[in-house]
Design a protein around this ligand. Structure first.
Ligand code: SF4
Ligand code: SF4
Length: 56
């Protein structure tokens, strides 16, 4: 199941740096997941300091 990044995102970039399929992009201060590429590994959720990524 793909993840999505909620409004809690503070734009730190930690998730994008570790995503194994590089599907998280900087959208000007906050980040977005390409849900068609995300493999649902949960890595972004594990590294996020504010719990912004959630299962879609
Ligand atoms: Fe990338 Fe995994 Fe997060 Fe999907 S769940 S965006 S594959 S780190
Ligand atoms: Fe946003 Fe969390 Fe990703 Fe940082 S790790 S860019 S706060 S979703």
């Amino acid at each position: 199941m793909a993840y999505k990044i909620t409004d809690k995102c503070i734009g730190c970039g930690a998730c994008a740096a570790q995503c194994p399929v590089s599907c998280i992009a900087d959208k000007g201060g906050r980040y977005e997941i390409d849900e068609n590429t995300c493999i649902g590994c949960g890595g972004c959720s594990n590294v996020c300091p504010v719990g912004a990524p959630e299962e879609n």
